[in-house]
Design a protein around this ligand. Sequence first.
Ligand code: T1G
Length: 699
Amino acid sequence: MTVVTYRIENNLGIISLNNPPVNALSHVLREGIVNAVQAAQSDDTQALILVCEGRTFIAGADITEFNKTPQAPSLPDVIETIENSQKPVIAAIHGTALGGGLETALACHYRCALASAKVGLPEVKLGLLPGAGGTQRAPRLTGAEAALDLITSGAPISADKALKLNLIDQIVEGELLSGAIAYAEQLLADKAPLKRVRDIAIDPASVPADLFEQYRKKLSKRARGQIAPQKIVDCVEAAVLHPIEEGLLIERGAFMECKESSQSSAMRHMFFAEREAAKVKGIGKETATRPIKSVGIIGGGTMGGGIAMNFVNVGIPVTLLEVSEEGLQRGLNLVEKNYSISVKKGKLTEAQKSDCLALIKGSTNYDDLADVDMVIEAVFENLDVKRSVFEQLDKVCKPGAILATNTSYQDVNLIAEATQRPQDVIGLHFFSPANVMKLLEIVRGAKTADDVIATSMALAKKIKKVPVLANVCYGFIGNRMLRPYGREAQLCLLEGGTPEQIDRVMQNWGMAMGPLAVGDLAGLDIGYKAREGQTEEQKGAPKTYCVADALVEMDRLGQKSGAGYYLYDPETRARINDPKVLTLVEEHAKAQGVERRYISDEEILKRLTYAWINEGAKILEEGIAQRSSDIDVVYVFGYGFPAYRGGPMHYADTIGLQEVYRSISELHEQTGESYWKPAALLETLAKENTNFQEWSARS
Ligand code: T1G
């Protein structure tokens, strides 16, 4: 397939790129562009148009090439060739011109786009920064502050906004190439000059004196611990202070530093991991999916209401079923309140809110679910209650309707057995708040049909979730790994730590919140109630939950009761250390015969992170997760794990499994606890001197 074609139409040279799926700037594409522009310098064309076939204009550098030896021409070489053309080059943009794609367009002399197009510089999401002049050319068109917003957020903007920011010069109606040709002809007729963005100087006086310092402060909170955002500020500042030649050198140096960083390696890993997770081994892309045009949701609580919003947000009508009118109204009010908050924040218009609410029908009668294509049960986390719901659904729902449970822990197979159609039963585990959290654990029952899995995967993408497939076990992937993590947090607390030390260690390491603060946020009574239904063996050693139980029995449930491991300011909800909790911990340590000692931050970090890794290794060897990167996706998208560390299994691979195995073996010897016995897979991979990613690739 020819990746770059060059043809002459009247007095115009058309350079057309065709590198599916997203016209990424692979070596072949870069070479083809340079050859075409150079060839055009000596033919009798008067202007050139750079246009792409397929779904989008260039969506960036080819990320798969980053770990390979660079091949000339580099993207900066391409940029220079275009910019130094003696004939105007016009970029014709559709789809998403992102990263190196937008940088290529900024090297052109003019840019036109369809109104539906978007442009952006998302490199920061890969732990990078625009490395082909984006930090130097964008501010020359948009101004420094708008450039900082664009590049540090990495968010794409509409063609309309890009026009207002001077990133594009013209929005074309109708068919893109025709519009671009007409625009080019107009420029020639107007004898428009060779407008090179690099020649624009930024007047330092136009930039607020404290802009960059203020932006650095803001990013130190918003992008805590991340390298690339701070370097983006440095580069944009250089665009204001220095000539472009110097600015480009500063940008190149910063780009290479980011590219070589473990943070970028982790975030590039996550980019592909997220996409790989949607692929199910043994179920091909061609598997027919069942149409999902209407959905029923059982349970109008926090979860049910949040789940309902995901569907109506994309235009899928929902029947929300509750047992009583009062419960139903409470659920509908909750949804309405959530939408009102979004409207207040300017994320939604009143009209959009009304459209969404109009798609939700309330009911207290199972018969109203007779025609829906899918039902998602989100009732109380009790197996018997769920089984009785599924018995009802089995009687009422049409053949072929998918029956999904939102259970966080229960055995999907036992729920499926309550029906005559286990092949139609699946787990769809949403994370609270369900209308916000991106992760969706899709739990495959032993008899779940392949097309039900394929349908669920496709539906996840439609409702803007990130799906990960799990087989059945207690807690599936995420919650199963959360238990040892929570266990070690409790033990570190009892053995000598404090709530603020444990949470500080994990938050400074990059977690959105520390484990005890998370417990307070979710409500300590959730774990308490779960333990009430467990055997002594399932609960584990009392020292792993005695403090948590004591707090609940003191009515300290966490944020919702104003106190848990911390006190909470009733106005700001700020966390306040409470000496009474430390006294309680000391009392329970004594009662459990635990001699408190100094525990270092390093020990806390190692025990909590290695607890994740050891359980993750067991999840892999049991086949609960398809691949190690799926576990990484679960933790980054569902548990606040820092993307710039790539998820627990990637983190283990970066440490090296021999070191991880040695440390866990040491913990096993020190504690004598069976749960610290290294997972068999970890031992094998350590001895083979390989890693989880490589093992997953060959499994
Ligand atoms: N390189 C290589 N492969 C890519 C790619 C890229 N830039 N973008 C997408 N793919 C693959 C992806 O892995 C998937 O493959 C398929 O294309 C469809 O993607 C120098 C250094 C464009 C909005 O960060 O945001 O330029 O799974 O499932 O949902 O300054 O892809 O089918 O085998 O995501 O329609 C900057 C990344 C790069 C854009 C389309 N650019 N891509 O979304 O499809 S760094 C980006 C996206 C850079 C310069 C710097 C999205 C999309 P497979 P998809 P989609």
